[in-house]
Structure formats: structure tokens, C-alpha cells
Design a protein around this ligand. Structure first.
Ligand code: SF4
Ligand code: SF4
Ligand code: SF4
Length: 253
């Protein structure tokens, strides 16, 4: 069974405790300045945004068939059978294809770091592995963010739409978008108001990627050569940075 997160914006009071718990769990800074930022960044894996008196969360949707995973040439991104889309920085070569490919503009990059890596919500994969719920769901005081089996969360979302149709836009965001996502959203105002795309296809984007690439084998071959070059350059850059760091340490001593 695959896990999921249901965020119901009609229950959200905008306290941002989810942001804080996420930052704490991922050893990221969190203060008033960070709290006031309403967008995802390398130090903010989830953001509560406002539209008038309404709130909405942004985080990685942890797609069922993620485009980021399908375009990553070195398998740094992986979809887990229980839901999370995880990232292994030791494999990442910094090509940032995942950032361009994500239909939800989620992955961010540590531009200010000497050895930058990609950052995104991983649905608290380590907590799930330990039998816990996501940090954001655990801390949410109103139940606006709820963790559970994806199938059960879908049933719950459908029940809410059926019982209170006037409270909601009649749509479970993430039920079908790009083949479905592990994060599901409910809202009382159109999702576009918060910048969510509603023109996304209902079938997984990796299928499109494969169909396009399978028709242009030369491009695939050329891409392989280019990627090999990027991989070499990135590794070399990492080695040089590590050597420089070691040299600087020795000088300080
Ligand atoms: S939302 Fe973007 S980064 Fe997250 S799993 Fe889907 S494609 Fe990947
Ligand atoms: S699921 Fe975990 S990583 Fe994702 S936003 Fe919630 S606390 Fe952060
Ligand atoms: S913790 Fe819950 S109520 Fe508070 S901002 Fe996050 S989702 Fe909304």
C-alpha cells in the first residue's frame, strides 16, 4: 500500500507549523524571515502561500510516476514503493534536468553553495521507514495536513466533496494529474489562484518522454555523450573543490 498526504486548505489556519516542523526535521534554518517567504527554495521544502484569506501548501507532489525520476540520467531520484520520491546527492551530477522536467516547479538548487545539491520534499522518507507519519502531518493542529494510505485519503477527500460541495472546488488535485501524485490537495478556490497548473495531462509524463525519445534515437545517443561529459566535469569540479578544502584546512593548521 502506498502512503500519501492529503492537504485540505479549507481546514488550514495558516499557522505554518508544517513549515517549521519540516525545516527542523531536515536541519534547515527557520526564523521569521524564512517564515515570511512564500515560495519553495533550497532552505524551504514546503511553503504555505496565501491568497486573500485562503491558504495553500506547496511541496513536492511525490508523483506516482515522477518525471524527475525518468529524466535523471544517474538515478539520483527514485520513487519508493510506499510513496516518497527520494534524492541521493552522492549520485547527483548537477545537470538539473529534474528542475526543468518537474511539472510542478518543485526541485530547487543550492546556488550559493560550493558543492550545490538539489533540494525538495521527500515525503519524510526516513520517518516513513521508521513507521512514523510525515513531520508536517504530525504537527498540524487542525488536521488540514493528513497522512495515511493514499487510497483511504482519496476516499476521505471524495467524502468531503460529497458532503460539503459548497465548501470546495469539485476537484481532488493530484488524483489524476500527470498520472496521480502521493500528495493530494483540496481547495475552496480555484487551484490556479495559487499557481497550480490545471492544464496538466492525466497520463504520466514519463510516458511522453519515452515516446518522444524513442522516435529520435540519434538525439538519445548524442545526449548520452553530452551527459558523460557533464558527469566528468561535475566529478572533476567536486574533486577540485574537495582538494581545495583540504588544502585550506592544512594551511589553517
Ligand atoms: S512534483 Fe516534481 S520533483 Fe516532485 S516527484 Fe513530481 S516531478 Fe518529481
Ligand atoms: S512530507 Fe516531510 S519533507 Fe515533505 S513537506 Fe512534509 S515535513 Fe517536509
Ligand atoms: S500546520 Fe496545518 S493548519 Fe498550520 S499552516 Fe500547516 S497545514 Fe495549515
Amino acid at each position: 500500500m502506498s502512503k500519501g498526504v492529503l492537504y485540505d486548505s479549507t481546514m488550514c489556519v495558516g499557522c505554518k507549523l508544517c513549515e517549521k516542523a519540516c525545516a527542523e526535521h531536515h536541519n534547515l534554518p527557520y526564523n521569521e524571515a524564512v517564515a515570511s517567504e512564500e515560495k519553495l527554495s533550497a532552505h524551504k521544502l514546503t511553503a504555505v502561500t496565501t491568497h486573500g484569506d485562503k491558504f495553500m501548501r506547496r511541496l513536492c507532489m511525490n508523483c506516482l510516476e515522477p518525471t524527475c525520476v525518468s529524466v535523471c540520467p544517474v538515478a539520483a531520484l527514485q520513487k519508493s514503493s510506499n510513496g516518497p520520491v527520494t534524492y541521493d546527492s552522492s549520485r547527483c551530477m548537477g545537470c538539473r534536468y529534474c528542475m526543468f522536467a518537474c511539472p510542478f516547479q518543485v526541485p530547487t538548487y543550492q546556488w550559493n553553495s560550493r558543492l550545490p545539491i538539489v533540494k525538495k520534499c521527500d515525503m519524510c522518507a526516513d520517518r516513513l521507514a521508521a513507521g512514523k507519519m510525515t513531520a508536517c502531518a504530525e504537527v498540524c493542529p487542525t488536521g488540514a495536513t493528513k497522512f495515511g494510505e493514499r487510497d483511504e485519503l482519496i476516499a476521505e477527500a471524495k467524502k468531503r466533496l460529497h458532503e460539503n460541495p459548497g465548501n470546495y472546488v469539485n476537484h481532488i488535485y493530484g488524483l489524476e494529474e500527470v498520472g496521480g501524485t502521493s500528495v493530494l490537495l483540496l481547495s475552496s478556490v480555484p487551484f490556479e489562484s495559487f499557481g497550480y497548473r490545471t492544464d496538466l495531462v492525466r497520463e504520466p509524463l514519463p510516458l511522453f518522454t519515452f515516446r518522444v525519445l524513442s522516435r529520435i534515437p540519434d538525439l538519445v545517443a548524442l545526449g548520452g555523450v553530452l551527459l558523460g561529459g557533464i558527469w566528468w566535469i561535475t566529478n572533476r569540479r567536486t574533486e577540485v573543490a574537495a582538494a581545495e578544502g583540504k588544502h585550506a584546512d592544512e594551511k589553517e593548521k
